[in-house]
Design a protein. Structure first.
Length: 274
């Protein structure tokens, strides 16, 4: 078995991954820094698989797993995806955005992955494939913990799907780090707000870098639905934001600081849209 495989078709790629012992290479922005000596292991390079690239309409939107952050940031997308595009512009530096892919970001499963909170507000599902067939999972079920996903050893992530109902409204993303760019998030918040008749028709909120995986804030969403537009941020209770979160102390911030930051970021994001 050659150490490096770069198949031309998805069928061939699925056969290679089914044979086992492969590290999957998409953009490489997570694989190369984290692999160390393990980089000498056998690699499956997905860069020739055109069916994993690009954004298309498919009863909603389909974002291929090999679509780069630059492509997402520069695409003409519904306003509901503004938050995802704002996050795309803050993933590392421009060089990282040119190579890094949405699928690689999800499979890396970092608690501080910038793309995850906006995708949660868009009710994202992932499409997974193996020689056994294709299945779809909600992103909330796919991400199981730090560096842990529901991806089987013989599966590849093909695409992210966004349903039609999640493409309504306006999105936003707010991130706190030690500086503006090239930084791992201390806390981040994403919101998607749809209005009707001067009231909140629908709202989705998510916070990242404050739990083993990013979390939807269902208590806050319930409290804000149906409320008149205006000072919505004043209706957001700190205890409703923090109820779903379980941050840790690390070199970037304490758990208590993260909780306070999450509350402030959520209020700012909602207030700006309202």
């Amino acid at each position: 078995m050659p150490a490096y495989a770069r198949p031309d078709t998805l069928t061939d790629a699925l056969q290679v991954i089914a044979d086992g012992g492969r590290r999957v290479l998409a953009g490489g922005t997570d694989l190369y820094p984290g692999a160390g000596a393990a980089l000498a292991a056998s690699v499956l390079d997905l860069s020739r698989l055109s069916e994993l690239c690009g954004i298309s309409t498919d009863n909603g939107l389909r974002i291929g797993a090999m679509t780069t952050w630059t492509e997402i940031a520069e695409a003409r997308l519904p306003p509901a995806l503004v938050g995802l595009q704002q996050a795309a512009r803050q993933v590392g530096a421009r060089q990282v955005q040119n190579l890094g892919t949405i699928g690689g970001n999800l499979c890396n499963a970092s608690p501080a992955a910038d793309g995850v909170p906006p995708l949660l507000t868009l009710d994202a599902e992932v499409e997974l494939a193996s020689l056994r067939g294709v299945r779809r999972l909600p992103l909330t079920e796919f991400l199981q913990g730090p560096r842990k996903t529901a991806l089987a050893p013989d599966e590849l992530l093909l695409a992210v799907h966004l349903p039609p109902q999640a493409l309504q409204g306006q999105g936003a993303f707010h991130k706190l780090g030690a500086r503006a760019y090239l930084v791992i998030s201390i806390a981040m918040a994403a919101v998607r707000l749809a209005t009707e008749g001067g009231r909140v028709a629908d709202i989705a909120l998510a916070v990242g870098a404050c739990s083993p995986v990013a979390r939807r804030l269902t208590a806050v969403e319930t409290a804000l639905r149906g409320q008149p537009l205006g000072d919505l941020s004043g209706l957001i209770r700190a205890e409703d934001v923090t109820a779903s979160l379980s941050p840790i102390d690390d070199v970037r911030a304490t758990a208590d600081y993260r909780l306070g930051a999450a509350v402030e970021l959520v209020r700012r994001a909602v207030g700006a849209l309202a």
